[in-house]
Design a protein around this ligand. Structure first.
Ligand SMILES: [Zn+2]
Length: 113
């Protein structure tokens, strides 16, 4: 249930941001979550909705953007992959460097003042 921790943290950040701007309401939150975080977006939204009840973020929309892993192959160039790999998923032979896919960040918070 690590989605619960993420939902909690997201709500905390959104609420402190709302208080800082003396907002009446948090309307939307945009998150970037890397595929390596193995977060189930539906589950995260559900938990967030539940935690936000009775707060300024009640009813806020949670937009979850998934960040893929980026693979750079010397033979076929840059591409995205769903899982971590050390061999190019396209030509299957070339060792590649993979990066990204481990993001967990709040991109933006929309509030009503
Ligand atoms: Zn390749």
């Amino acid at each position: 249930m690590h989605e619960l921790g993420i939902a909690n943290e997201t709500l905390d950040v959104a609420l402190s941001e709302a208080h800082r701007h003396a907002a009446k309401k948090v309307t939307a939150i945009r998150l970037c979550v890397g595929v390596l975080r193995a977060v189930e977006p539906g589950n995260l939204s559900f938990l967030f909705e539940h935690l936000a009840r009775g707060t300024l973020a009640e009813g806020a929309r949670l937009d979850i953007e998934e960040e893929a892993i980026r693979v750079a192959c010397p033979a076929c160039g840059d591409m995205e992959a769903d899982s971590f790999t050390s061999v190019c998923p396209r030509c299957k032979g070339t060792p590649v460097t993979a990066s990204g896919g481990d993001s967990l960040s709040i991109l933006s918070i929309e509030i009503d003042i």
